[in-house]
Design a protein around this ligand. Sequence first.
Ligand code: NAD
Length: 349
Amino acid sequence: MSVFSQRDFADHEQVVFVSDDKSGLKAIIAVHNSNLGPALGGCRMWPYASEEEAIRDVLRLSRGMTYKSAMANLKLGGGKSVIIGNPRTQKTPELLAAFARALEQLNGRYIAAEDSGTSVADMKYMAQFTRHVAGIVDKPAADGTRSGDPSPATAYGTFIGIQAAVKERLGRDSLEGLRVALQGVGNVGFDLARQLKEAGASLWVTDIHRDSLTRAAKELDATVVAPDEIFGLDVDVFAPCALGAILNDTTIPQLKASIVAGAANNQLAEARHGLELMKRGILYAPDYVINAGGIIDVYHERIGFDRAALLKHIEGIRENLMEVFERAREEERPTGEVADTIAEERFRR
Ligand code: NAD
């Protein structure tokens, strides 16, 4: 099977195939670029239908991590790993140990963190066999200690990013009276909604879990709408915090918001949808720029956790977005394209 000729191959430095007979492990680790530092990225476990699909995913996701970390000014490169299998039925301690030993052999060129199908607990277990896992340290927080979960940092960064987008598009410093529609009130979405509420915004929310909606309505006075109603609301900001590929041919024509800014990964179904948003006068905060709080949090865990330094770094998302918005305006280009250019300038420097 070829890797070099795959559409998603983008001069990746290293792609490693790992297998272990005894545990049934089959995994792929991809280091896209390590110019700025060791490649850090999630370890995903998923029952891929084919090896090709797993390769495509690991190539695409590892490249994305290079851009995200470079944009966030982290001394990290981009990497990702995928374990082929069903996390509910095939994830055993033996399999995780075998994978961890493979990581150890890479000598820190790639550092794994939790992702879909793996958990902080899995990473903590793997840390018995390798030094090269991240997002496992219990940290001090405003309300006591918390686990390696990066969601609060992601939510805070997204909040800062919405402030930047509101300043750019609406010329306002305050969020008082801002109308925001959130798709998904899970770990990140709920915390983001809470901060928006505290800043004086009015909220509309949707989710597929009734409990999350009940909580948002009760605690944040949010108006609950059906999943397919969230796009067409007469609001200022649409904040996707659930799924990828949510900005597409069906949803974009429905949008009345003049800003799209949320935490979900890979929001544009295709790159051309970025242009579509621009043509309609909708300001899009590129997903990997605004949702970098989580990776910044993981990075600070590695360099010695200092809460003030972490918050300052997350608040840098404001300057990053302002730079993207300004260049996009001057060059009349979609914000996502401009973000890629800036990230490339940073990691190729
Ligand atoms: P989560 O699973 O806790 O929350 C997602 C929520 O979206 C859930 O409540 C789920 O029920 C809801 N949802 C799923 N499908 C939906 C649909 N069709 N319509 C409405 N709601 C739907 O996940 P999370 O950790 O809060 O992450 C949210 C998004 O942010 C994801 O795209 C994730 O990749 C991205 N992200 C998260 C982090 C992090 O630190 N957790 C970092 C970067 C990016």
